[in-house]
Design a protein around this ligand. Structure first.
Ligand code: GLN
Length: 386
């Protein structure tokens, strides 16, 4: 049989995030691996989409998204992110934040360009960059603070470096970049003329009163930043695949062009559903913080009791836990042992590191209904004492 495989896929394999979901289904475990987020869809969002279907809003939207949605996104950006943008020119609605990220890379960077990626990283950032022909350049952040180290960034930058990825709150470690850190990043971005690509999909899921700061609002970064946000986590609709990119018109235009070529547009009725969601009262968005804090604390307590010390996250709905004392040969081995004997799926830390730092870590997702999470935590405690 003839072999067809693009060079750009050389060495790429399916993410451990997906692999662990399959393994979990095989043993009928509780899936704290993939960030599925199977909480109920807010009725406002669900009914908005149903109404749009009943009203026959079934044809293409603009490639940059339905105007009604872009207008509410612009209002939300002004209200919650201190970003004042023009909904006519500065917003592109995409197939999830992942679609926004891929379209941005294809639209604004060239094969061979270097892109700075902080590790631990979200594997889709890395692999999308590789598929786009970019050269990933890693900057390792050290737990528990994952604080920014300017010398490490400067050391990673090469003449062909053209961009940096800033994921805040971060998947997988929950780090939230402070204003002071973003100011440092801004200085570096200006000095080396870098494009800043953010991933702020977890912006509403944060703890202990920490504010979310959009990098584009810091020290003139707007001009060189593509702000990426998503609806999957905010409205628990990971399967709807809706996100958006926000950028100055000169950057948003080519992103729209790629979005049109690859996807034509995002699903129209679903766009109308999420447009309704943004009319939810402030209490809805606030409740994300309080609800997830309970889930975070429950999960961290169970991990601690099981001897897998959690690196308590500042935001997002994942926690990295240290399994290095359990004597596994690799994180994959640890994850499989916990799944086979404990009935709980997690993601091996190696999925988030280029080097071997991740081999002593597992990532747990706590975006689960309370009863399911409680059962998972009981299993983790049992596993620890077995
Ligand atoms: N963002 C989620 C995670 O990190 C889901 C990723 C995916 O399924 N591709 O688990």
């Amino acid at each position: 049989m003839a072999q067809f495989l693009a060079d750009r896929l050389a060495g790429l394999v399916q993410s451990d995030i997906r692999r662990m979901t399959r393994e979990c289904m095989r043993v009928d475990g509780i899936n704290l691996g993939q960030g599925i987020c199977d909480l109920p869809t807010p009725p406002l969002v669900r009914d908005g989409a149903i109404d749009a279907i009943l009203e026959q809003k079934s044809t293409y939207s603009y490639p940059e998204g339905a105007l009604e949605l872009r207008e509410v996104i612009a209002e939300k950006l002004a209200r919650d992110n201190q970003l004042n943008v023009d909904p006519m020119t500065d917003i592109v609605v995409t197939i999830g934040a992942t679609g926004a990220f891929a379209a941005t890379l294809m639209a604004l960077l060239n094969p061979g360009d270097g892109i700075l990626i902080f590790e631990p990283y979200y594997g889709y950032h890395l692999n999308s960059a590789v598929v786009a022909g970019l050269d990933p350049q890693y900057v390792t952040l050290t737990p528990p603070e994952f604080a920014l180290d300017v010398d490490r960034i400067e050391a990673a930058i090469q003449p062909h470096t053209r961009a940096m990825v800033v994921c805040t709150p971060s998947n997988p470690c929950g780090k939230m970049f402070s204003r002071a850190e973003l100011e440092l990043l801004a200085e570096i971005a200006h000095k080396h003329d870098l494009l800043v690509i953010t991933d702020e999909i977890y912006e509403y899921i944060r703890y202990d009163g920490r504010p979310h700061i959009s990098p584009a609002t810091v020290d003139g970064l707007w001009e060189r930043t593509v702000t990426i946000m998503g609806l999957s986590k905010t409205f628990s609709i990971t399967g709807w695949r809706l996100g958006y990119a926000v950028a100055p018109a000169e950057l948003a235009r080519p992103i729209t062009l790629v979005n049109d070529l690859f996807y034509v547009c995002s699903p129209t009725p679903l766009q109308h559903g999420v447009a309704q969601g943004f009319h939810a009262p402030q209490s809805y968005f606030d409740s994300l913080q309080t609800d997830y804090k309970k889930k975070r604390d429950l999960t961290c307590d169970a991990l601690r009791a099981a001897g897998m010390e959690p690196i308590v996250p500042q935001g997002a709905y994942y926690v990295l836990a240290d399994i290095s004392k359990r004597g596994y040969g690799s994180a994959r081995e640890g994850a499989m042992d916990l799944l086979e004997r404990g009935g709980v799926a997690s993601i091996p830390g190696s999925a988030f590191y280029n080097g071997d730092t991740g081999e002593g870590l597992l990532r747990f997702c706590f975006a689960k209904e309370d009863a399911v999470l409680e059962e998972a935590c009981a299993r983790i405690r049992n596993f620890g004492s077995a």
